[in-house]
Design a protein around this ligand. Structure first.
Ligand SMILES: NC(=O)c1ccc[n+]([C@@H]2O[C@H](COP(=O)([O-])OP(=O)(O)OC[C@H]3O[C@@H](n4cnc5c(N)ncnc54)[C@H](O)[C@@H]3O)[C@@H](O)[C@H]2O)c1
Ligand SMILES: [Zn+2]
Ligand SMILES: [Zn+2]
Length: 368
């Protein structure tokens, strides 16, 4: 079939919204008609080269829609089912999946390389095969994805809100609740208040943190963080240190979560200084693959038993966490509408990313 997609053709290029050819679903795949897609910073990494990929690629990895066709052997979902697409598949059988670490599923290993799990391509344009970001490619009116990447959700849940749970909400919430292991009474610092950090703030609040300190140089972000549950805000990690030191009487934070646009080795030591004894620094933001130098006090690490942890999808388990987060929204515990700063048509996607770069959005959302 023919559909419309935003394709990135080269490093440093713009998203080109054009007609593309989309093959039908093969074994274990489903064709989804998209309702909405969030504009996550991870797709910006494809433009800047912070995430190396093969071009061309249909971007987007945070979306929801309805199944319109199923491939051979698919029994998990039916035509008409509303689904959230998660940016990592889960096979349920590999070593990490069976231990419950489904974000680390072996099938996710090549998710940013372009082709589907069988090595072939579903999208084609200008006579070339076109890859799919995270096996999804949600910057398209229709896409074909592995059934292992979709989570069936309740009929009636607004799909444009559900879309955000495919990456940002689950990643941010999980970074606080799972990766940082925050508990009632703890103190958390979240560094960088975009779509991910805003949800780390919500996660920390829901976990029962006593103090949630949100750090961002942009004033609008700090205001939003307060609306989403931060108790204090700071414009820099230095400023945050003074606040955290004072409110905790020198004990410092239990966790600092890095959710800046691009992770940088220089961000580690300031984050490490924000946490106290047995404190965790959680690195959720993605750094350039060439970024291998980190400055960090090894003595502090040892003497205070501090820890540095990576977090993929907030160490979440899509099939379990996505429906639960939607239910938390239904109960008024988790905010979703408030995360959407502005909606765009697919044709306006470059404006959406410009707004993200300039700090104007918590999350931009493409509505189809
Ligand atoms: N680990 C994962 O599973 C995963 C999943 C999704 C996204 N990510 C990554 O998370 C990061 C955040 O994504 P996003 O969509 O929220 O990005 P975003 O661009 O919407 O937000 C980033 C925020 O960080 C702020 N910021 C930048 N430098 C800062 C600094 N030095 N101190 C404090 N704040 C700073 C910006 O002002 C902005 O508000 C990206 O690197 C993205 O690729 C990781
Ligand atoms: Zn994302
Ligand atoms: Zn697996």
């Amino acid at each position: 079939m023919k559909t419309t997609a935003a394709v990135l053709w080269e490093l440093g290029g713009k998203w080109e919204v054009e007609e593309v050819e989309l093959d039908g679903p093969r074994a274990g795949e489903v064709l989804v008609e998209l309702a909405a897609s969030g504009l996550c910073h991870s797709d910006e990494h494809l433009v800047t080269g912070d995430l190396p990929i093969a071009y061309p690629m249909v971007g987007g990895h945070e979306g929801a829609g309805r199944v319109v066709e199923v491939g051979p052997g698919v029994t998990e979902v039916e035509v008409g089912d509303p689904v959230v697409m998660t940016f990592l598949p889960s096979c349920g059988r590999c070593s990490c999946c069976v231990r419950g670490y489904t974000a680390l599923c072996d099938d996710g290993a090549g998710a940013t390389l372009g082709p589907q799990l069988d090595g072939t391509y579903r999208f084609h344009a200008r006579g070339e095969d076109v890859g799919q970001m995270c096996l999804l490619g949600t910057f398209a009116k229709h896409t074909v994805v592995p059934v292992k990447s979709v989570v069936k959700i309740d009929e009636g849940f607004p799909l444009h809100l559900a879309a955000l749970v495919g990456c940002g909400v689950t990643t941010g919430f999980g970074s606080a609740v799972r990766s940082a292991d925050l508990r009632a009474g703890d103190t958390a610092v979240v560094v960088g208040i975009g779509g991910i950090g805003a949800n780390a703030v919500q996660g920390a609040r829901i976990a029962g943190c006593r103090y949630v300190v949100a750090v961002d140089p942009v004033e609008f972000k700090r205001e939003k963080a307060l609306e989403l549950g931060a108790t204090h805000v700071a414009a820099s990690t230095d400023e945050a240190w003074n606040t955290v030191s004072s409110i905790t009487r020198g004990q410092l934070a239990d966790a600092a979560i890095l959710t800046t646009g691009v992770a940088d080795g220089d961000q580690l030591q300031p984050a490490l200084q924000l946490v106290g004894k047995r404190g965790r620094v959680v690195v959720t933001a993605l750094g350039h693959p060439g970024e291998e130098t980190v400055s960090m006090s090894l003595l502090e690490l040892t003497l205070y038993e501090k820890q540095v942890r990576g977090a993929l999808f907030g160490s979440s388990n899509g099939q379990h966490d996505v429906p639960r987060l939607l239910e938390m929204h239904n109960l008024g515990q988790l905010k979703l509408q408030e995360l959407i700063t502005r909606e765009y048509s697919l044709e306006e996607i470059n404006t959406g990313y410009q707004d993200m770069r300039e700090g104007r959005n918590i999350r931009g959302l493409v509505r189809y």
